[in-house]
Each structure stands twice: as structure tokens, then as C-alpha cells.
Ligand binder design. Structure first.
Ligand code: CO
Length: 298
């Protein structure tokens, strides 16, 4: 009633108030249409990849999400601007998170579950996903599914799943080396954290990172200390993209495979992203299931 000017006669103010009460109680008579029905959707967010062979990770994940949540529309967004620019130049246009959110809102989505395909809750997750999603107004409810490694229970599950998946592929005495991305973000602690969980289960399972701690030198020193002459190299990432194919498995002198070979350790690279493997998709899907369940809460 604050907007009613004081000089207006009291009666018309009263009538206006009465009208407004009726309008609120009976939305159908207010001149506006009845509130739209709730529409739920899923937005899957990954860093992205420009390597065509690595897209299998996202195709497999897309199929798994659609199978797990039949009838729910599924959209994708990539957080890496560089990747999206590269893809756009090839005619493959992909959405950033804000563009995907705007499209979903425009399509009438009211409740949105956003699932991160990141390995850890680092900068890409916090700055390009959480920050953008939580500052985007318009949805009735938004729930965010955590990256692969988030809680203590996730760490144990990831360590178990890594060993169960790659253990059987090992030769006798072959070490398992997982290559994570690594970051200057405080969440880099997830990599040395995972190392602890692996150590409890298998003394020949090691984690290194391309850009954080522990680095390749630590991995090499540990392998030598343990007397390992062979190692299975596995990317600890949703996709086996540029880092896996070049930094890990490339033929250049500074790739992990080459550096290990120079130290007398024969390395066999696995060129599969974790999202290409059903047991890891299941871990991400568990997080998405929690987010989707959260959409029903008010
Ligand atoms: Co990188």
C-alpha cells in the first residue's frame, strides 16, 4: 500500500486494497495467467575437450544420465573458454554455464540439477560453476551435484574403484600411477589426500599431478624407492584429452611415459577418461541423484 498516494480519497485506497487482496487470493482473475507448471532439467558441466577421440567420455556420460533420469531434459556446458573457442572455430558450438542457464530458463525450466564432471572442487568448479549458478536469478530451485572427489566417503569410493578397475589390468609387480590435473587452488589437497587412501589399500598405487602437488619427480622417486620397473599410467580425469595424450602418454622427452622410460621404468599408458568407465560414471551419478532429490525440497 506504500505506493498509494496520500492525497487519494480514503475510499478508493480501500477499494484498491480490497482488489489487491482478491487478486492475490485468486490469481486466475488477476489478469495474469496461472503460475506455470514446474519443469525440471539437468545441466552437466565439464571442463571440456577439443580432442575428438576424448569426446567418448561425454557421450557415454550423456547416455548414462539420460538412462538414470528418463524424461528429464539433459543439457551440457563447458567451463573452458579456450576449449569452447576452439570447438566453435570447428563449427561445434558449445554453451558456457551462463548461456546454458539462460537457455534453460528461457525453455521454462524451473528446477535445475547441475552436475559437475570435474575431478575435484577446484577453481573450475567454484568459479565457473558454483559462483555462476548461485548468482543466476530466475529458477525456483537449483541443486548442485559435487565433483568426483568431494567428501571423505567419496575418497574411499574413488580409491576402491580405481583399484578394482585398474588392478586386474596390471602385470606382476606393475605399479599403478594415476595422473591428476593439479591446481594452485587449495583443493589441490585432494590429490595427496587420495594418495593416503590408496596407500591403505595398495602400496604400489601412486598419484601425481601435471600442475600441482605431488609432481612427477615425487612419483619417480617413489617408484624407484619401491623398486618398480613397470607402471600402468592412468589419467585421473573425466576425459583422456590433451593432458592424457600429450603430457602423460606423448612421445616428447618431457611426457610422463618418456621421463619414466629414462628412469628405467616401462610405462603403459591407458587412454581412457574415467567417465568412459561405468564404475566412475556411477560415482558421478550418485552425486547427481542427490542433487535431483534436492530439487523436491522447497
Ligand atoms: Co590443464
Amino acid at each position: 500500500m506504500r505506493s498509494v498516494p496520500r492525497r487519494r480519497p480514503a475510499l478508493s485506497g480501500l477499494l484498491l486494497a480490497l482488489f489487491m487482496v482478491l487478486a492475490m487470493a485468486l490469481p486466475a482473475f488477476s489478469g495474469h495467467s496461472a503460475p506455470a507448471k514446474d519443469k525440471s532439467a539437468i545441466l552437466v558441466v565439464a571442463f571440456g575437450t577439443s580432442v575428438p577421440e576424448a569426446r567418448k567420455s561425454f557421450d557415454d556420460m550423456d547416455a548414462a544420465v539420460r538412462e538414470a533420469f528418463p524424461g528429464m531434459p539433459v543439457q551440457w556446458a563447458f567451463t573452458s573458454n579456450i576449449i569452447r573457442e576452439k570447438l566453435a572455430a570447428e563449427g561445434r558450438v558449445t554453451d558456457s554455464v551462463p548461456v546454458a542457464l539462460a537457455k534453460l530458463l528461457d525453455a521454462g525450466v524451473t528446477r535445475l540439477a547441475v552436475q559437475s564432471l570435474h575431478a575435484i572442487p577446484g577453481e573450475e568448479f567454484h568459479e565457473k560453476l558454483v559462483h555462476v549458478v548461485t548468482n543466476f536469478d530466475g529458477f525456483k530451485k537449483v541443486a548442485i551435484g559435487q565433483p568426483l572427489m568431494s567428501t571423505d566417503a567419496d575418497m574411499a569410493a574413488v580409491a576402491d574403484t580405481l583399484l578394482a578397475t585398474f588392478g586386474p589390468q596390471r602385470a606382476e609387480g606393475e605399479a599403478l600411477v594415476f595422473m591428476g590435473h593439479g591446481t594452485h587452488h587449495p583443493a589441490n589437497i585432494y590429490y595427496p589426500g587420495l594418495q593416503w587412501y590408496l596407500e591403505q589399500r595398495d602400496p604400489l598405487a601412486l598419484v601425481g599431478t601435471v600442475e600441482g602437488t605431488p609432481g612427477l619427480e615425487w612419483v619417480v622417486a617413489k617408484l624407484k624407492e619401491k623398486g618398480a620397473a613397470k607402471a600402468l599410467l592412468v589419467p585421473l580425469m573425466s576425459v583422456a584429452g590433451d593432458h592424457a595424450r600429450n603430457d602423460m602418454a606423448g612421445d616428447e622427452d618431457d611426457s610422463w611415459k618418456s621421463v619414466l622410460a629414462g628412469e628405467g621404468i616401462a610405462a603403459r599408458p591407458v587412454l581412457q577418461g574415467l567417465a568412459e568407465l561405468a564404475p566412475f560414471r556411477a560415482l558421478w551419478l550418485n552425486h547427481l541423484r542427490q542433487a535431483v532429490a534436492g530439487l523436491d525440497e522447497n
